[in-house]
Ligand binder design. Structure first.
Ligand SMILES: Nc1nc2c(c(=O)[nH]1)N[C@H]1C(S)=C(S)[C@@H](COP(=O)(O)O)O[C@H]1N2
Ligand SMILES: [Mo]
Length: 316
């Protein structure tokens, strides 16, 4: 599992609050002026750059293939589902702040010819490209997110699944000392697990994500490595992955175990298949007024051949 290091997690109380940080800079600047040295004062930046100041990251002027603009950094990193930290979407960012993501390894094993444990450096050789994907949560909201990562098939080809391998099982880190949400939900079958059929995992849209918005992935978005499967409900896009196991039978997943009648194994975005407690016909795009129509496969119609001959109303 997730290795524990000697370093304790950073407490949120140890992080300098923004107003203190800015006033310290002001005091420093005044001090420099008091020295009467114009040359020295000129070395002190008078305005914080976007990189330094949290909350001042400019909106990327990019659109997805459907013509929709990407969401703001603030939205993507402050409205999160990550139950290991909290069920409150707006509290996850703060509670995940001290989560230790280095050192980190992902073990890839099971029905493969070349099982291997990858560290973050090992993953670099697979490259990093930007993919702007829609994320549609099963709860009825959505965003457009510019991920950085590489297609999972690159890694799967390297480990060489055997002929018996038919599914891929993914496991998240489980570190209760650093994950207060898991202690509030002790009856959940932790660690968080997910699964894909092997052909879904091999599809070029299936991305292993290492960054977002041109930056490393923040803890609340599933650092250091998470999945993005854009044609499925968001809960299939498992965060903070520590193990990828090739298996013969359809694996148990957390949400399918907790509420099988509400969350199927496939969970493809499907506007015609209502959740037992709400419609899935429309969604609220974060940052927009009103609702928009939800599209079959979240708009990614190219995956339809994966499900030829399957009744997606029964086998959801
Ligand atoms: N380990 C883990 N992965 C997870 C979740 C979680 O609670 N734990 N939530 C899922 C859900 S419901 C959604 S909608 C997405 C949200 O990803 P985001 O916060 O990066 O937008 O992560 C998914 N991956
Ligand atoms: Mo979700």
């Amino acid at each position: 599992m997730q290795p524990l290091t000697e370093m304790p997690p950073i407490r949120s109380s140890e992080i300098t609050p923004e107003h203190v940080y800015f006033s310290r800079r002001r005091v420093l600047r005044l001090g420099m002026l008091a020295l009467g040295s114009a040359a020295l004062a000129a070395c002190v930046p008078t305005t914080p750059t976007a990189q330094e100041a949290p909350g001042m990251i400019p909106r990327l002027n990019k659109r997805d293939e459907f013509g929709d603009p990407v969401n703001r950094w603030e939205e993507i990193t402050n409205y999160n589902n990550f139950y290991e930290f909290s069920t409150d979407k707006e509290a996850v960012a703060r509670l995940a702040q001290g989560f230790q993501t280095t050192p980190w390894t992902i073990t890839v094993d099971g029905l493969v010819r070349n099982p291997k444990t990858y560290d973050l450096d090992d993953l670099r050789k697979f490259g990093e490209e930007e993919r702007i994907y829609r994320l549609r949560c099963v709860e009825g909201w959505s965003m457009v997110i510019p991920w950085l990562g590489f297609p999972l098939h690159k890694l799967l080809r390297e480990v060489e699944p055997t002929a018996q391998a038919r599914y891929v099982r993914f496991v998240s880190a489980f570190v209760p000392e650093q994950m207060p949400g898991t202690r509030l939900l002790p009856l959940y079958p932790w660690p968080y697990t997910e699964g894909l059929r092997l052909d879904e995992a091999m599809h070029d849209l299936t991305l292993l994500v290492t960054g977002v918005y041109g930056r490393p992935l923040p803890p609340q978005n599933g650092a250091p490595v998470r999945l993005a499967v854009p044609w499925k409900y968001g809960f299939k896009s498992i965060k903070s992955i520590v193990r990828i196991e090739l298996v013969a039978e359809q694996p148990a997943t957390l949400w399918n175990t907790v509420a099988p009648h509400e969350y199927g194994f496939y969970s493809n975005v499907n506007p015609n298949k209502p959740h037992p407690r709400w419609s899935q016909a429309t969604e609220r795009r974060i940052g927009e007024l009103g609702r928009r129509r939800t599209l079959m496969f979240n708009g990614y119609a190219q995956v339809a051949p994966l499900y030829e001959g399957m009744d997606l109303m029964q086998n959801y």
